[in-house]
Ligand binder design. Structure first.
Ligand SMILES: [Fe+2]
Length: 141
């Protein structure tokens, strides 16, 4: 399965958000590791739960900053975030019904990893550029 490595070109220029993205990627890699190591269903569900919990936390934090800075792309971001959350919840259903099948592994590779990398490098970067243009600094969660 694919692994994501956070690299400098994934930076959106906001340290706080970059740090959260690193952790999000780590949670996603934990999930793929758990599946690849054939951990028990319980253990895999646990890593999936951590990923979901952290995703919700991160998206809420981002949306809060976007709202506070009157970011015009907020609604679009919310739609994208909801799409990802739905995908994650669907995966929980597939997984609890069928276990760690190849299809599940493929879905994680294509849906989650591609989505996240694109989201960080394109959609979140636009927010970083917006903040930079406006000279706004985000220092706190
Ligand atoms: Fe993000």
């Amino acid at each position: 399965m694919k692994k994501i490595l956070w690299t400098d070109d994934m930076s959106i220029g906001v340290e706080l958000v970059d740090e959260q993205h690193k952790l999000l990627i780590q949670h996603l890699n934990d999930l793929t590791n758990a599946i690849e190591s054939h951990h028990s269903v319980n253990q895999i569900v646990k890593t999936l739960d951590f990923l979901i919990e952290y995703t919700n936390y991160h998206f809420s934090a981002e949306e809060k900053h976007m709202s506070e800075t009157n970011y015009p792309g907020l609604e679009h971001q919310k739609l994208k975030h909801d799409e990802f959350k739905t995908t994650l919840n669907d995966l929980v259903d597939y997984f609890t019904e069928d276990g760690a099948t190849h299809q599940l592994a493929d879905s994680i590779d294509t849906l989650l990893i591609n989505w996240l990398v694109k989201h960080i490098c394109v959609v979140d970067l636009e927010f970083g550029t917006f903040l930079k243009d406006k000279g706004i600094e985000i220092a706190e969660e």
